[in-house]
Write a protein that binds this ligand. Structure first.
Ligand code: ADP
Ligand code: FRU
Length: 295
């Protein structure tokens, strides 16, 4: 068991299951609606807690009634959140449309991000790992640098999902960089190995990983070959929302265990595959099942 701090966003997710994707101007009925907590770092936190780690989420929370959906879920899953600044506003909200393999997300956010002052409440030395979502680059860069000075032994992980202005400064600050397929495609790479080859010249000190949806994941140690592992699909794929966040939880769990990057990829894809079998993130029983890849 390790102590892991997850820095990023917690959202209110409205998840509509549809029998087809809506056309423009179409009015349609959804098959089901789930109103639940979401957000990348928050999803990863909930999964890590179920793996037995001591986990805290750190991000701004809106001072609004709807936030109770988020905090209740943290409470149920044993994720601490007491250090989160409460700000006036509404929680970041996603309308998510799932139909078959299609997944559309409409996201709205006007809640301010964390500032450097907010980070002063955190003692980095008590955490084995601090994982960041790449959001407000300038603040995150300074927070990581301060954490590095105050707690050199604490490992830093950074998820890079979307392009952000000036984000390159972060590449040399993390021990593990977790890239998304979207980011690679946005950087004009359709080939995962070519993307990682390019990226390792810009981030020569970090372990790099890259999820590639149903095609599995890729990764490399700073001085090692680029490895690929296939996805581990369940019998029936029920819901891939947050598969990437669950994959990240597997990577962080592997970092704690001192796994090689390749073993970490296996752990990530196995865990993400289990998540795809269920709606949401209550992996409890699946984690106890003695199937082909035991986590
Ligand atoms: P995101 O959910 O952030 O879009 P990806 O689609 O890259 O992230 O998925 C992350 C990981 O989740 C993949 O590397 C893969 O292991 C797993 N995964 C995603 N989709 C599936 C699927 N349909 N079946 C099995 N595993 C999947
Ligand atoms: C899934 C997710 C959702 C959230 C959205 C934010 O990865 O974290 O829970 O609404 O992405 O971009």
């Amino acid at each position: 068991m390790a102590r892991i701090l997850l820095v990023g966003t917690a959202t209110l997710d409205l998840v509509f299951e549809l029998d087809h994707s809506p056309d423009a101007d179409e009015e349609m009925r959804a098959q089901s609606l789930r109103i639940c907590r979401g957000g990348n770092a928050a999803n990863t936190a909930v999964v890590l807690s179920q793996l037995g780690h001591e986990v805290e989420f750190f991000g701004t929370l809106a001072d609004a009634a709807e936030t109770s959906v988020i905090t209740h879920d943290f409470h149920v899953h044993g994720v601490a959140y007491a250090a989160c600044p409460r700000l006036a506003g509404r929680p970041p909200t996603s309308s998510i449309y799932l139909s078959g393999a299609n997944r559309s997300i409409v996201h709205y956010r006007d809640l301010p991000e964390l500032t450097l002052e907010h980070f002063q409440i955190i003692d980095p030395a008590v955490w084995d790992i601090v994982h960041f979502e790449c959001r407000n680059v300038a603040v995150i860069a300074q927070a990581i640098q301060q954490f590095r000075e105050r707690a050199p032994a604490t490992r830093i992980s950074l998820e890079i999902e979307k392009p952000r202005e000036g984000m390159e400064v972060l590449y040399s600050l993390a021990d593990m960089l977790i890239y998304s397929r979207n980011f690679a495609l946005h950087s004009r790479f359709t080939e995962p190995v070519a993307f990682l080859d390019w990226m390792r010249s810009r981030a020569p000190r970090a372990v790099l990983t890259l999820g590639w949806g149903e095609a599995g994941a890729y990764g490399c140690a700073p001085d090692g070959a680029i490895k690929h592992v296939p996805a581990v699909p369940p019998e029936t794929v029920v819901d891939t929302l947050g598969a990437g966040d669950t994959f990240n939880a597997g990577l962080l769990d592997a970092l704690v265990r001192g796994d090689s990057p390749e073993a970490a990829l296996w752990r990530g894809v196995a865990l993400a595959g289990k998540k795809c079998a269920i709606h949401g993130f209550d992996l409890g029983e699946l984690l106890q099942k003695n199937d082909s890849f035991v986590i």
